[in-house]
Design a protein around this ligand. Structure first.
Ligand code: ASP
Length: 593
């Protein structure tokens, strides 16, 4: 058993990782964790680590017997303070930033001991993600998780600076509120005082920020937590952070300008240079050319509609309904039969009726559907896709048609991403921003058998389309837009509905009765009647931005305490059961399932 020292009045003079050759001769005090210990008998080395890096400390038995004896007790992850002198190393270690120097210890303070960690605190580890999440405090001692949080801090700081400089005011909106219609399930919080009533955690501050415009704030922003109870994926969490903003009297390009300024600055803070005036694309074109509402523009392989290459008889045999979309996969003509089968399987798992291939090889062009569509059509198909010698044309049809969109293009879009990755044609050094506009206001929900808002029900309606709201809702275009980066949706927004009569008509078009819309949105509809300025805004996903800029594949890597895909916090062990008393006070009884 070692006796632990008190910190007392001991003051740190330097972070471990900042010491350099220029500090040689200096008496310093560093504090941190024992990263590694090497005992060579008379000389004992401790690598001491803090958030800035590592410094090597040497304990000499002959000259500093007491400190040396104490160092023999130190183990990995013990917390220590070292007093000593910076000296030049005999042999520099180019691997670490402090490699030219070491610290000759005169005194060691062992401030705390530590159990052996479940994984080593190293750059690369092979611990399961569950273990890392459970012991997140240990994981955060590793360089990359630590750097990710530092980068996130820089991103958020830059956002705040940019927004402030552009005249936006940060306003906090309530966390205990009522349901906001972003299309996900709510997290509910029971009210103790109002028996049987619930708050909802906000899916976004949407209604509040619009009300702030009615309140004359003119330019609002907030770095804010949002809560959505939906199925999770690698780039989703039940609680996530948005850069949320709203402005009065905006044109669409004003909002784009604000966001481009923010993103250019945020990227620069991450050491990435991008330029403003991001390209724009219509939703319809994105679907038809890339089979996605968030196209990855770091590579080509554009889609082409090739339905006319499939004569009626062939369509019947292949059971093709709807359109056929195709693309040329560069250099993939050498695919084996097995690889084509795998590709077909992949396509089917994405919802394809079938996948049809054309190999454009030096020896000639061959196709899996040549017998059915004829040589002439095979040629046409390859030409339509601009296929060159050595390319493989991949065409797909969809199993089921989806009202209002191109189902086959969506399947082809998935294959495009898959092939792009597999063929290594995605230029990972590029940062391709894109604005998507021209969204339909509604999309058809097969589940509910009704039209639902493509974004949320406050999205503005293209002026000329207003009259079609009741008669031809599927033709109505919205004033919404999305920002996309490298195939990820960073956020969406819109110019809003600012007239009460239009907002009410929209709710009715969505099937709400007068009674329902009064009950859910009465307060907002009332607010709209008191002089609402035209307004619009957007919200960007901070977690996703941090994930992309730090080169991570999962947003959990850029969140201090992330949740699993089963929405659990493995460290704090939440969600958890609560005391009977608490439930009693809330008047809640748990039904057994
Ligand atoms: N509230 C919207 C969202 O969370 C963003 C917006 O329309 O400003 O996606």
């Amino acid at each position: 058993m070692i006796v632990l020292d008190f910190l007392g009045n001991l003051k740190r003079t330097h972070y471990c990782g900042v010491l350099r050759a220029t500090d040689v001769g200096r008496d310093v005090v560093v504090m941190g964790w024992v990263h590694r210990r090497r005992d060579l008998g008379n000389l004992l080395f401790l690598d001491v680590r803090d958030r800035s890096g590592i410094v090597q400390v040497v304990f000499n038995k002959e000259t500093q017997a007491e400190a040396h004896a104490k160092a023999e007790h130190a183990r990995s992850e013990y917390v220590v303070a070292v007093e000593g002198k910076v000296v030049k190393r005999e042999k520099a270690n180019p691997e670490i930033a402090t490699g030219e120097i070491e610290l000759v210890a005169s005194k060691l303070h062992i401030l705390n001991n530590a159990k052996t960690p479940p994984f080593p605190i190293e750059e690369e580890i092979n611990a399961a993600e569950e273990t890392r999440l459970r012991y997140r405090y240990l994981d955060l001692r590793r360089p990359k998780p630590h750097q990710n949080l530092v980068l996130r801090h820089k991103i958020v700081l830059e956002m705040r600076k940019a927004m402030d400089e552009m005249g936006f005011i940060e306003v906090e909106t309530p966390m205990l509120t009522r349901s906001t219609p972003e299309g996900a399930r709510d997290y509910l919080v029971p009210s103790r005082v109002h028996h049987g009533q619930f708050y909802a955690l906000p899916q976004s501050p949407q209604i509040f920020k619009q009300i702030l415009m009615i309140g004359g704030l003119d330019r609002y922003f907030q770095i804010v937590k949002c809560f959505r109870d939906e199925d999770l994926r690698a780039d989703r969490q039940p609680e996530f952070t948005q850069l949320d903003l709203e402005m009065s009297f905006p044109r669409q390009e004003d909002i784009f300008g604000v966001i481009e300024n923010v993103m250019v600055r945020v990227c620069a803070a991450a050491g990435i240079q991008v330029t403003a005036s991001f390209p724009q694309m219509l939703y319809r074109d994105a679907i038809r050319k890339y089979g996605s509402d968030k196209p990855d523009l770091r590579f080509g392989m554009e889609l082409h509609e090739v339905t006319e290459c499939f004569p009626a008889e062939a369509k019947q045999k292949l059971q093709i309904e709807g359109n056929v979309f195709a693309m040329a996969a560069p250099g993939a003509a050498s695919c084996s039969r097995k690889q084509l089968d795998e590709l077909t399987e992949k396509a089917k798992s994405q919802g394809a009726r079938g996948a049809y291939f054309v190999k454009v090889a030096a020896e000639g062009t061959t196709s899996t559907v040549e017998k059915l569509i004829g040589a002439e059509n095979v040629k046409k198909l390859a030409e339509a896709c601009g296929a060159k010698t050595g390319d493989l044309v991949v065409a797909v049809s969809a199993k089921e048609q989806i009202r209002g969109t191109e189902a086959a293009a969506l399947v082809a879009g998935q294959l495009r991403l898959h092939l792009g990755e597999a063929l290594g044609v995605i230029d990972k050094t590029q940062w391709k921003f894109l604005w998507l506009t021209g969204f339909p206001l509604f999309e058809w929900s097969e589940n509910d058998r009704t039209w639902v808002s493509a974004q949320h029900p406050f999205t503005g309606i293209v002026d000329e389309d207003l009259e079609k709201l009741e008669s031809a809702p599927w033709e109505v275009r919205s004033k919404g837009y999305d920002l996309v980066l490298n195939g990820y949706e960073l956020g969406s927004g819109s110019i809003r509905i600012h007239r009460q009569d239009v907002q009410e008509r929209l709710f009715k078009a969505l099937g709400l009765t007068q009674e329902q819309l009064r009950k859910r949105f009465g307060f907002f509809l009332d607010a709209l009647t008191y002089g609402t300025p035209p307004h619009g805004g957007i919200a960007l996903g901070v977690d996703r931005i941090a994930m992309l800029l730090s080169g991570e594949k999962s947003i959990r890597e850029v969140i201090a305490f992330g949740k699993t895909t089963a929405a659990q916090d493995l460290m704090a062990e939440s969600p958890s059961e609560v005391d009977r008393d608490q439930l009693e006070q809330l008047g809640i009884q748990i039904k057994q399932r």
